[in-house]
Design a protein around this ligand. Structure first.
Ligand code: PMP
Length: 357
């Protein structure tokens, strides 16, 4: 067998080994039906049970209150940019956006198709290296949209923005990593391919009250009511990504749920940030108070050490650490399935570089 790689990929990303094992079995023989999960009807009783379990695990793990619907749709979070705007436009036909990074900016762009997207605050002036504070939120917007964790820049909101305006949040890269208060949001959406499962499905948690209330005409497939009315089965759902997500959510539940994984995630982040701050060779790229627990961005003070560091990383079986081109340097994505021991290997490698240079 091959040595296990310490996988720091930003997404799609590491998932638990036991999830891969179980998921691979279902490809050959699902539920002992003598059929692959890839060839069964999405209307079969066995798959309907998978969809129901996936939806109820989301409710249980995130403490979703009554009055919310959980959907597993397609189109990625990039379609969520468009869908959230379509479904939230009201009398003002205006959405407010906190522009905290590349994904937030893309969301804002979509808000201009059926209405107007207003930039309420931005951290573009410093390459998105901090979360804006002290801004005022206009009262004539129909909703406020923000990105809870900025996967590329490596910043994260430590608190939900205070406002009476309905909140929409793209939680693609930190959902299921920490406890959240769902009751504060009208729409939460997240691409699966970080902490939920493989790429191919997108999670929506929607307040029922908002369904069917848009002030603009909404195309059928982009109307959340279409999907809510049909229990997430209006059209053929992404059967396999939903199945693997369900297995991964079972894994999370078995391991103590979101509160337990949050503690592990905090420990991982503390370990790595402490080394970045201690080791004279490295420097973090974001404001300390806004540092993400999921995507840790840092650079070498001396870029001349890059090749040597990459060589040590390769020797230690660490992969996926290259920073996004817009930030440079390194990005360690530490999603739920990445063990603390992998972070220790990275820290050891950073210390090895210090010793030899
Ligand atoms: N929002 C955030 C915060 C992301 O990290 C990503 C993808 N990495 C997206 C949106 C886009 O998601 P998708 O590729 O599923 O459309």
């Amino acid at each position: 067998t091959m040595a296990k790689v310490h996988n720091y990929s930003a997404g799609p990303c590491i998932l638990p080994q036991e999830v891969f094992e179980e998921a691979s079995k279902a490809v050959l023989n699902f539920d002992n039906l003598g059929l692959s999960i890839l060839e069964i009807s999405h209307r079969s009783k066995n798959f309907v049970a998978v969809m129901e379990e996936a939806r109820s695990l989301v409710k249980e793990l995130l403490n979703v209150p009554d009055g919310y619907t959980v959907l597993f749709l397609q189109g990625g979070a990039s379609t969520g940019f468009l869908m959230s705007a379509y479904n939230m436009m009201r009398e003002n036909k205006k959405g407010g956006y906190l522009n905290t990074g590349a994904w937030a900016k893309k969301a804002m762009k979509e808000g201009n198709f059926m209405g107007k997207a207003v930039e309420v605050a931005s951290s573009a002036d410093k390459n998105y290296s901090y979360i804006p504070k002290g801004y005022s939120i206009p009262s004539d917007i129909d909703y406020l949209h923000y990105t809870s964790n900025n996967t590329i820049a490596g910043t994260q909101f430590k608190a939900v923005p205070e406002t009476n305006v309905p909140l929409v949040c793209d939680m693609s890269s930190d959902i299921f990593s920490k406890e959240i208060d769902v009751s504060k949001f009208d729409i939460i959406y997240a691409g699966a391919q970080k902490n939920m499962g493989p790429a191919g499905t997108t999670l929506y948690i929607v307040k029922d009250e908002i369904l069917g209330k848009s002030s603009v005409p909404v195309p059928t497939m982009l109307d959340l009511k279409t999907h809510a009315d049909k229990d997430s089965m209006f059209n053929t759902p992404p059967v396999y990504p939903v199945y693997v997500s369900m297995l991964n959510l079972r894994w999370l539940k078995k391991n103590g749920g979101v509160a337990a994984i949050e503690k592990v995630n905090n420990a991982k982040a503390e370990l790595l940030y402490a080394e970045i701050d201690r080791n004279p060779l490295f420097k973090g790229t974001t404001a300390v108070e806004d540092r993400s627990n999921m995507n840790v961005t840092f650079v070498l003070n001396d870029e001349g050490l890059t090749d040597k560091f990459n060589e040590l990383l390769a020797n230690a079986n660490i992969s996926g650490l290259k920073g996004h081109r817009s930030v440079g340097g390194f990005r360690a994505s530490m999603y739920n399935a990445l063990p603390l021991s992998s972070v220790q290997v990275l820290v050891d490698t950073m210390q090895e570089l210090e010793k030899i240079s």
